[in-house]
Design a protein around this ligand. Structure first.
Ligand SMILES: Nc1nc2c(c(=O)[nH]1)N=C([C@H](O)[C@H](O)COP(=O)(O)OP(=O)(O)OP(=O)(O)O)CN2
Length: 146
């Protein structure tokens, strides 16, 4: 089963990059997720009810809609915290801010929510994190999120 969340505008920088990605830059990020199960819901025959994915959509929007993503080890994190306190950025601190980091974050969060919703029957089997027509990262996972 497939689900997508599109056009979430956010900005980030990759502080350790040796090129221009060290500067704040932004995209409309999009995410496509696939869900798998060993057994369909016996009552409905669904993998998972589409409406049960509203929580995943909301979580993605909370993280990536009009936010500024900063790495937890960014040396300028205190400055970004000051900007957040002053209402200039809506800060989200992540392990890694690029598309691999986004894919890992989405896999972990969506897996947690879907596991809660289905008692572990359903898992996230694939995440595509896209920042532009050109650039995307794909992460695949087995039951248990690995
Ligand atoms: N594997 C990854 N590589 C890069 C990432 C990433 O998240 N994962 N991110 C960046 C930059 O932050 C940026 O998002 C893309 O950089 P850009 O220089 O625009 O990339 P392109 O080469 O596609 O752009 P051109 O304008 O065609 O040079 C970089 N790499």
């Amino acid at each position: 089963m497939r689900f997508s969340a599109r056009a979430l505008p956010c900005c980030h920088r990759s502080w350790a990059h040796d090129g221009r990605c060290v500067y704040l830059h932004g995209y409309e990020r999009s995410f496509e997720l696939e869900f798998a199960c060993a057994e369909l819901d016996p009552a409905t025959g669904f993998v998972i009810d589409f409406s049960a994915l509203k929580g995943v959509r909301a979580r993605l929007a909370e993280q990536f809609d009009h936010t500024t993503l900063v790495a937890e080890d960014d040396p300028e994190l205190p400055l970004f915290r000051t900007l957040a306190e002053r209402g200039i950025v809506d800060l989200r601190v992540m392990r890694h801010t690029g598309m691999e980091g986004a894919a890992v974050w989405v896999l972990a969060e969506a897996s947690r929510l879907v596991e809660e919703a289905t008692g572990g029957r359903v898992w996230v089997s694939r995440v595509e994190a896209r920042e532009s027509r050109k650039n995307a990262v794909v992460l695949t996972a087995s039951p248990g999120g690995r």
